[in-house]
Design a protein around this ligand. Structure first.
Ligand code: GLC
Length: 543
């Protein structure tokens, strides 16, 4: 794309009222995207070298998961310096260059901010450990003595990664009897958000990245910052932030909204306005409260992410999200995959069936009213990899028996296995940090770019058409969706203005409603009918 066109694209979308309401963002997991220096771990140089590929998909921007300094206990979600770049991924100069390059290509750049917890190697935590019980330094975290004695944690909370959510500050000490709270691994102590110094610290972090020109932030475990006053026992020992069944005592506290009101004011103070997107893993009615007009711009629709191949389930969740939009104003933010979830091609049945469904679901996703986030490799319909036991590195696997590594395997760029299927761009290539399985090359980007029938090419066509329909006003930022199912497992989302998304989720071909089919996920052998596991965009005269 020419520089002039890229700039025009950015400016045009600045003119739209809420460009983010219809944006499509590509999630980059830097470790696994492209490896510039050949050490087997993806990095910023690799991403910069391959940024043109992302721009050529036609997305509006990228979201980068953490690359800040970190001991990498949780692959970067254990941050030891919020305003730096881990040498594993490059330097700040690499980041600055990448940001400029992305903007030059018309791509916005979102980063991850992890405000619930840091790394146990963060200077504030190290100081708190050294300072000892009852000190101001310990007040930055949740350090408490247990009323049950030194051998039993202060309460029954379980960590998301398995095991108690508490560890002793100094396990061998007779004088320091404090425990500290970690909703995730012991290497990820939770900040104490009831201490105003923590809020002040994070406002500086936000401004640091916004001042550089970063366009938005994805907020990690956004609903969990505040815990119920007094840290009471949970009614049961389920993990403390267990997705949609999240325990109301230990997350989703009212005080957290004040944080996002302050952050929204900060984001709105920039030109162009910066965007906040929350990982708010709660039911739609609770999650919707985080996108009220003066809070975040977006929150991922996790109720949708967790659905199987189930038309009634999709319709119910779709309509619920639409009611939440009507109540709070913000359009839904759709995703089917991210670095924590089993790849959709595997979730929807695996093999060819799963790949066909993942393609259909992806086309549907890109036609829904609201923003959409794609996880790298989703455009290739990559399956989940069964990573060999001895190669697994996810702390959730070690502590809780659930492994997220299978969605994080380095991308196959070439069919040829040399240089880790083209993932490593230097003259020599170390083994990739997670092994690529046999047959990985059959999904290669290089092949899919050349094949008009590939999932990757479908995404390119869908995004170009989406952009055109938005420009023509056939689709609008503020369209709602009315969802319904028809016999035979046909699922429909009607956006009004004459645009419908259809997915055949049953076992037989189904008759489509009237209108012109403008795009399908797979060939459509009989006009007016949709084969099982296919999806279509339909345009008809406006109602
Ligand atoms: C979020 C991240 C996940 C991480 C966890 C703890 O859920 O997406 O990868 O392990 O937070 O930071």
């Amino acid at each position: 794309m020419s520089a002039a066109l890229a700039q025009q694209r950015l400016q045009q979308s600045h003119l739209q009222q809420n460009w983010w309401d219809s944006a499509v963002i590509y999630q980059v997991y830097p470790r696994s995207f492209a490896d510039g220096n050949g050490d087997g771990v993806g990095d910023l140089a690799g991403l910069a070298a391959r940024l043109g590929y992302i721009a050529s998909l036609g997305v509006d921007g990228i979201w980068l998961t953490p690359f800040q300094p970190s001991p990498q206990v949780d692959q970067g979600y254990d941050v030891s310096d919020y305003c730096g770049v881990d040498p594993l991924f490059g330097t700040m100069a690499d980041f600055d260059q990448l940001l400029a390059q992305a903007h030059g290509l018309g791509l916005r750049v979102f980063l991850d901010v992890v405000p619930n917890h840091c790394s146990s190697e963060h200077p504030s935590f190290i100081q708190a450990l050294a300072a000892g019980p009852g000190t101001v330094e310990r007040g930055m975290f949740h350090f408490v003595e247990s009323p049950h004695g030194a051998g039993t944690p202060p309460n029954n909370w379980q960590s998301v990664f398995g095991g108690p959510a508490w560890s002793r500050a100094a396990p061998d000490s007779d004088t320091d009897l404090d425990w500290y709270l970690h909703l995730f691994s012991p290497g990820q102590p939770d900040w104490n958000w009831r201490n105003p110094a923590v809020g002040g610290y994070f406002e500086d972090v936000l401004c640091f990245w916004f001042n550089k020109g970063v366009d938005g932030l994805r907020i990690d475990v956004a609903h969990a910052l505040f815990k119920a006053e007094g840290l009471p026992n949970a009614p049961n020992s389920a993990p403390v932030v267990d997705g949609l069944r999240s325990n109301p005592l230990v997350s989703d506290q009212e005080e957290v909204h004040e944080v996002y009101r302050r952050w929204r004011t900060i984001a709105d103070g920039y030109q162009p306005q910066r965007v906040l997107v929350g990982e708010v893993n709660l039911d739609p009615d609770r999650a919707g409260r985080y996108t009220r007009a003066d809070e975040m711009h977006q929150a991922f629709a996790f109720s949708f992410v967790n659905l199987g191949w189930d038309p009634q389930g999709w319709a119910a969740v779709g309509n619920e999200l639409e009611s939440v939009r009507q109540l709070h104003g913000a359009a839904p933010t759709w995703a089917l995959e991210n670095h924590d979830l089993v790849r959709s091609a595997t979730r929807f049945g695996g093999g060819e069936l799963g790949a066909a469904r993942a393609r259909a679901a992806l086309l549907a996703l890109l036609g829904l009213p609201g923003a959409a986030y794609l996880h790298q490799g989703q455009e290739l319909a990559l399956p989940e990899v069964d990573v060999p036991l001895d190669a697994r590195v996810d702390p959730m696997w070690a502590r809780g028996g659930v492994c997220r590594d299978g969605a994080r395997v380095p991308l196959p760029w070439t069919a040829d296995p040399a240089f880790n299927h083209g993932f490593s761009l230097a003259d020599t290539a170390a083994q990739p940090w997670l092994p690529q399985p046999t047959g990985w090359g059959s999904h290669a980007i290089e092949q899919q770019l050349k094949d008009p029938g590939s999932t990757q090419q479908l995404v390119v066509r869908a995004l170009a058409l989406r952009r055109r329909l938005l420009a023509e006003g056939v689709l609008a930022d503020d369209d709602g969706g009315r969802w319904r199912t028809e016999t035979g497992g046909l699922l429909l989302c009607d956006r009004g203005r004459g645009f419908l998304v259809a997915i055949a989720m049953g076992t037989d071909a189904v008759r489509l409603p009237e209108g012109t089919v403008i795009l399908t996920a797979a060939p459509q052998p009989t006009a007016g009918w949709l084969e099982p596991n296919n999806a279509a965009w339909i345009q008809r005269t406006a109602d």
